[in-house]
Write a protein of this length. Sequence first.
Length: 290
Amino acid sequence: MAMRALYASSPEWLAAGERLDELLHGPEFRILKKTTRTLAGIAQVNGVEVFVKRVTTGSRVKGSIVRLCGSRARKTVRAAKILRRAAFAHPKLLAAFERRQRGSVIASYVVVEYLRRPKILSRFALADGRDFRWRCWVAERLAQMIRRLHDAGCYTLDLQETNLMVEPQGSGLKIYFTDLEDFRRLPMVPQRLRLHNLVQLDRSIGRFVSRTHRLRFLHNYLGDDASRAKARAVVARLHRLHQRIERRSLRRKRSTAIVTPAADGAQAGEIGPVPSGVAASSHTSLAGRE
C-alpha cells in the first residue's frame, strides 16, 4: 500500500510519513482516542511532540468513494487553508497523508502541532474557581468569535465545546478551532447553518452552564443592534431545530436498542442498554426550560 503525501510543512515531515503506523503502535504513543476506525494521540516525531490522527475507511468500496469525495486528510488540508486565510487560530498543520491500495483510500493521517497551554473551553471557563463575571466575559468573547467566523463565510459541521481550545493572551483570549476536517467556506453562511452551529455548541455546553448564561451568549452573538423581535424569532427557530435533533436522536436510539433476555427481575422483552455513542443528549437548549 502506497503512502501519498498531501501536505508537508518541511522535508522532515514529508519523510516522517512512512513511519506513522510504527509511531502509532509504539510504546511512547499516548492514546487520546481509540475506536474501530480512529486512532489519535500524542507522538514524538523528529524530537517534537505532535498530535497524530489516523482514520481508516473500513472497506475498499468506501475507500473509492472517499477518494472521489475527499478523504479526512484532504479535507483537513483544505480547512487549514480556509482558517489561515481568514486569520482564525488553529493547530498548525504539519503533514497530511493518504494510504492507498489499488486507487482506494485505505486510511488518512493528519499531523498537527500539540497545543500544550490551551485548554478545552469548559475546563478553561470553569477552572480555578473563576467567578460569574469571568464566565460572562469568556462567553462574550466566544460569541463574538463565532459571529466573526460566520461573517467571514466559514462554518463547521461539528461545533462542540471539545473542538474549541482557549488560552489567555495579554488582556484577551486566544481561541483555537480544532477538528479541522469539518470546516467549510461559503460566500455567505446562511442562517440555517449559523443556527445549526449554535445548537451544536448549546447541546455540548448545556451541562456546564445555566439557561441564563446560554441566552446571554446568544445575545452577544446577535449583537446589541438586534431587535427584541429578531431575538425572539431566532430563539424560536433554535428551539424547533433542537427539537428536530432530539427526535432524530431518539429514533436512532430506538433503532439501535438491543433486546436482552430477562435477568435480575427484569421483564422479558425489556429493552437493553444502548451501545455507547448513540444515546440522545440530555442537554437542554437555549430556548428550553430550566
